[in-house]
Write a new protein. Structure first.
Length: 157
């Protein structure tokens, strides 16, 4: 049995503020309601819906302008990282989305969340990689990541 809720906040992969959604009782009881992301969709909540949708529309316009400005700064940016490799050229670790977000923040000053960097799996190979960064309101930016192998100093024989 699903619960009808009115979202007060945007919830990733569920809906935006002002949307009425059907969710399972446990998700509503344990996540949405305690964190005040939603309220039960009764008559009084339905009166709030129009106001929430208008606020969301205005916020979407503002977020889109901000995201487009950030996308201009990020598009074409190349970030580099140096990693340790063994004698065969295999990396000891990997470069994750969190690492890329941190490198971008250092270079551009734009703070990004880990999930904004669209990376299915951590990168385990040196070389040049083209990545996308997903910003608010569906705006994306293309960046380049260069993973450089740390030079191994050979001991004299």
């Amino acid at each position: 049995m699903a619960n009808k809720l009115l979202l007060i906040e945007d919830v990733e992969d569920l809906g935006r503020s002002g949307d009425i959604v059907n969710v399972r009782p446990g998700y509503a009881r344990n996540f949405l309601l305690p964190r005040k992301f939603a309220v039960v969709a009764d008559r009084s909540a339905l009166r709030m819906q129009a106001r929430l949708q208008e606020q969301r529309r205005l916020k979407a316009i503002e977020d889109r302008k901000e995201a487009e400005g950030s996308a201009e700064k990020l598009t074409g940016v190349t970030v580099e990282t140096v990693v340790k490799v063994d004698h065969d050229g295999h990396m000891y670790g990997s470069v994750s989305a969190q690492d890329v977000a941190h490198l971008l923040q250092e270079k551009t000053g734009i703070a990004l969340e880990r999930r904004a960097v669209q990376l299915k799996h951590a990168i385990k190979e040196t070389g040049t990689h083209n990545l996308n960064v997903k910003l608010k309101e569906g705006v994306t930016a293309a960046i380049t990541l260069k993973i450089i192998a740390e030079e191994v100093k050979n001991a004299p024989v």
